[in-house]
Write a protein that binds this ligand. Sequence first.
Ligand SMILES: Cc1cc2nc3c(=O)[nH]c(=O)nc-3n(C[C@H](O)[C@H](O)[C@H](O)COP(=O)(O)O)c2cc1C
Length: 243
Amino acid sequence: MKVVFFNGSPRGRQSNTHRIAEQILAGAEAAGAVTEEVFLVEKNVEHCRGCFSCWHKTPGQCVIKDDVNELIDLFLESDFAGMGTPVYGMYMTGLLKNFLDRFLPMATPHIQKADDGTFYHNGRVAKYPKRFFVANAGFPGERNFDLLKAVISQQPMALQVYRNCGEALNNRPDERLSEPIQKFYEALYAAGGEMVRQGQVSEATHRRIQTEIISDEDYMAQANKHWDEAIHEAELAGEKEAD
Ligand SMILES: Cc1cc2nc3c(=O)[nH]c(=O)nc-3n(C[C@H](O)[C@H](O)[C@H](O)COP(=O)(O)O)c2cc1C
């Protein structure tokens, strides 16, 4: 069993996305899977040119020669493939969007109509991995994920993580957060194991993942203090440079 996670944060190995993914992957490994995290920022991922060559001149093959062909092979070889992103402008990063646009060769060109009146393209690949999705947002609250949820929930997902107050996972030491963050990580670890053993993460584990790690007010106060200090430090450094 192979579980692959494509990390779409520009922060790569320093990202909150990675902090979340490594727990899921550790849980999956403990349940017997082989896991791999791909940091898209370390790869050469060009954007789709919209030429549609992959639909007529070279069916199923993209004309761009970068790292994406190899990454799509990795995606197709996996049993579970996860995508992860911080919320950027209410949606996903350009990095992940560029990567996903490059999946076009896996679709066939002819437009199909579904019974519910929506339209789609059939895939040209016999077997796709099961999917899971991870997002984290810098804001508190739930509305940050509205756009992502609308898109992501159109496809079956073994696991969906929508972590608000994402920067609480980062480098701001606060003793009071150790326990809720630890519980969050334990729930992610459990989710990785369930995915491998049961093929799907339970509602109960999803609920554990979504529990609050910090109140909106405390998070805002911490974040705003952090930025006051960062701005102040930058000003001091600027003054020193000017001396
Ligand atoms: C360009 C940019 C746009 C962002 N837009 C949003 C946003 O619309 N909503 C939000 O909640 N956070 C937003 N954020 C904050 C990130 O989602 C947040 O810092 C996140 O924890 C970063 O995760 P990462 O470490 O995995 O990259 C934005 C950050 C950047 C740099």
